[in-house]
Write a protein that binds this ligand. Structure first.
Ligand code: SF4
Length: 136
């Protein structure tokens, strides 16, 4: 009978051990993924360089060739005096790229960009049939 008594005394103790073991196994094998870290704040917008103009000037490029399809279509010539005045009766004496409203070269420059010839430069002394008198 002592063995039965000892057994009965051991059951509650072993039950507690089993309960503890089972409670550990009931923990999720893989913990829920940690919440994603908060997105980093976007970097503060860089202040514009005081040296940079608000709009970038057209990049300088190669000179427009006489064979350029746009040049041919517009009757562009590198020297205004060579313009085909019979074909372009709108030619105005003294007109050239330098005094055209579309010319974007600096004052006194020998060549500069023109929006009709993107990525290229026209001669300040040039001319085309799209010439428009510069007003300023
Ligand atoms: Fe020259 Fe004006 Fe013709 Fe451009 S639009 S090629 S600047 S005349």
């Amino acid at each position: 009978m002592t063995t039965r008594r000892r057994f009965l005394m051991m059951v509650p103790a072993s039950g507690a051990v089993l309960a503890a073991a089972c409670s550990k196994q009931e923990e999720p094998a893989a913990a829920a993924p940690a919440p994603a870290p908060a997105p980093a704040e976007p970097p503060a917008a860089a202040a514009p360089s005081p040296a940079a103009p608000p709009t970038a000037p057209m990049a300088a490029g190669p000179m427009v060739e006489a064979t350029d399809p746009t040049a041919v279509a517009l009757g562009y010539v590198a020297v205004a005096a060579n313009a085909d005045k019979a074909k372009y009766p709108n030619f105005v004496d003294g007109s050239n790229c330098a005094n055209c409203a579309l010319y974007q070269g600096a004052a006194g420059s020998e060549a500069g960009p023109c929006p009709l010839f993107a990525g290229k430069q026209v001669a300040a002394a040039g001319w085309c049939s799209s010439w428009v008198k510069k007003t300023t």
